[in-house]
Ligand binder design. Structure first.
Ligand SMILES: C[S@@+](CC[C@H](N)C(=O)[O-])C[C@H]1O[C@@H](n2cnc3c(N)ncnc32)[C@H](O)[C@@H]1O
Length: 365
């Protein structure tokens, strides 16, 4: 019974830490299509898939997964880096297509499976689906990121080729689960993408684009596996294998458990983002405070040595005056105050407190 998932999922009496080890070996944020291997195995089992178009390849670590299931893969990526080129060059089953989807789709063989994981916004998904529905009506289409955060909010990879009239006002701040407004402590692109300032409304987000595509095409069916940002499956009723595909995926697409775990995952992850952001801000504050304290300590040392110089000078003058019998002998320490020394101390004290008042702790000087 406990063997179903292997020791990495359950540990064992002899290796009780195996599950924890497997957990910490995962990235903190699961986001790759590689997570959906068992879903792809199901798709390939339900219908013949010999050609795959993979839109949005990034590092290329997932492309071979489709090839291992038996397909020739066309890997569409606008600006492939060296790592991606090396991965794809080394595998004859993988074909690099350097360009933007949907513009490149007509140049490629009509595929049995389209995997849409490129630019996550309404305009691009709308155009990709329009082309596929018109030109590859028997294909299965898999869409990533049909749930939060892209489902109802456009994301724009930068520099964005999307026509300005097809975009929403966008920002580098990011969404979080913890409130509806965007925040620099949220799910930010760090230069890779911007996000629409407002969520929802017409023509906004990946899922909205799918719904609009379905509106005009009544014979297409769509289901969501609510895990790892949402795995959408779209296929035409009557196309080969469609019934089998949706039947086989039903335990996943109807799982309230998966949906609850996904919501918990995004809540926890965005909480971690918030904590990381606050920790970085506190480190900056502490660095500034240390600089302020250092500068004030130097100032105190300088004022002290000024005071010592003044005291020495005063003592010397008093001696001179005493020698000339112009002033009485200096009183014994702790008896009567010396007016000049008191005045000098008061000046220095005032200067020091004025300076400290001008540089409150935590503020840069
Ligand atoms: C989320 S990543 C893809 C991750 C990959 N599918 C995986 O599961 O590991 C999105 C990728 O899409 C690429 N991209 C952005 N706009 C695109 C477009 N219009 N056509 C194709 N790829 C695009 C980006 O450069 C980025 O590498």
């Amino acid at each position: 019974m406990t063997r179903d998932f292997g020791v990495a999922a359950t540990g064992s009496a002899g290796d009780p830490h195996a599950q924890a080890r497997a957990a910490r070996e995962q990235p903190l944020l699961l986001h790759s299509m590689a997570m959906f291997l068992e879903l792809f195995e199901t798709l390939f089992a339900c219908r013949d898939i010999s050609t795959v178009v993979e839109v949005g390849v990034e590092s290329g670590q997932v492309s071979s997964l489709y090839a291992d299931l038996g397909a020739a893969v066309y890997c569409v990526e606008p600006a492939p880096g060296d790592e991606l080129r090396a991965v794809l060059d080394g595998d004859p089953r993988l074909n690099l297509v350097e360009g933007l989807s949907p513009a490149v789709l007509p140049d490629l063989p009509v595929a049995d499976l389209y995997i849409l994981d490129g630019d996550h916004n309404y305009a691009v998904i709308r155009d990709e689906l329009a082309w596929i529905m018109a030109n590859a009506p028997d294909a299965v289409v898999v869409l990533h990121d049909v749930l939060w955060p892209c489902g109802r909010r456009d994301f724009y990879y930068q520099p964005s080729p999307v026509a300005p009239e097809d975009t929403h006002p966008a920002t580098t701040d990011g969404p979080t689960v913890w409130h509806d407004e965007l925040t620099p402590a949220g799910f930010v692109g760090d230069g890779a993408y911007t996000v629409a300032e407002r969520a929802g409304g017409p023509r906004n987000g990946v899922l909205t684009a799918v719904e609009d595509a379905l509106d005009g095409n009544g014979d297409w069916r769509f289901r969501i596996v609510p895990a790892v940002f949402g795995f959408g499956v779209l296929a035409r009723a009557g196309a080969p294998g469609t019934d089998a595909v949706f039947e086989a995926l039903r335990p996943y697409t109807s799982s309230r458990l998966l949906a609850a775990m996904e919501n918990n995952r995004i809540a926890l992850y965005t909480h971690v983002l918030q904590l990381q952001y606050e920790a970085a801000a506190r480190t900056d504050d502490a660095t500034r405070l240390t600089e302020t304290v250092n500068a004030q300590q130097q100032e105190i040392a300088r004022l002290r040595s000024e005071l010592e110089r003044a005291q020495t000078e005063l003592t010397a003058r008093r001696r001179e005056a005493h020698a000339r019998r112009e002033v009485p002998e200096a009183p014994a320490p702790g008896t009567a105050p010396i007016p000049e020394l008191g005045e000098a101390m008061s000046h220095l004290g005032q200067a020091l407190s004025a300076r400290l008042r001008r540089t409150p702790p935590g503020r840069p000087r």
